[in-house]
Design a protein around this ligand. Structure first.
Ligand code: S3P
Length: 171
């Protein structure tokens, strides 16, 4: 069993929204690793992250990613999942879409969210730029398709991804 597609990208890149729309369009399920963690711990992902610390969170996240990749719908990964080498290795065998977003747009979309401790800082723009710089190479390494979601309506992002899935499934 393998997902039709796995979505990666920074917080605010649209993974949750696009994942749901893709699942609707393809009449399949969507699994979000943050939500699996929330269910397991009975609290928000941000709380789990803050309470356990990043190292322990990444360990739990890696188990969750492995479980999620064993499903056959759409899988959406937490923004930092790609920093863990075992996750990147698992993603080598998957169809991965990197939802790219600029720092300006990403910060705008995540503003006011208290569920993202990494961005809950005095200067979220610098933090976001730093995350983008640290992770861009990882996202690009694992991705088979990059979709720029800046200023793009969600339905157009979905259309691009559906086209990609159709192409690879009919290769
Ligand atoms: C994180 C992103 C979050 C969540 C956790 C850590 C990150 O997911 O997994 O707070 O390191 O970028 P989203 O990308 O869904 O916000």
């Amino acid at each position: 069993m393998s997902p039709r597609v796995v979505l990666v990208g920074l917080p605010g890149s649209g993974k949750t929204t696009i994942g749901k729309r893709l699942a609707n369009a393809l009449r399949t399920s969507v699994v979000d690793t943050d939500q699996l963690i929330e269910k397991r711990y009975g609290k928000s992902c941000g709380e789990v992250f803050s309470e356990l610390g990043e190292e322990e969170f990444r360990r739990i996240e890696a188990q969750t990613v492995a479980d999620a990749l064993n499903t056959d719908g759409i899988v959406s990964l937490g923004g930092g999942a790609v920093v863990t080498p075992s996750n990147r290795k698992l993603l080598q065998d998957q169809r991965v879409v990197y939802l790219h977003v600029s720092a300006e747009e990403g910060v705008r979309r995540t503003a006011g969210s208290d569920s993202r401790p990494l961005l809950n800082v005095d200067d979220p723009m610098s933090r976001y730029e730093q995350l983008l710089e640290q992770r861009a190479a990882y996202y690009e390494e694992v991705a088979n398709l990059l979709v720029n979601s800046d200023g793009k309506e969600p339905h157009r992002v979905v259309t691009d991804i559906l086209q990609f899935i159709d192409d690879v499934e009919h290769e």
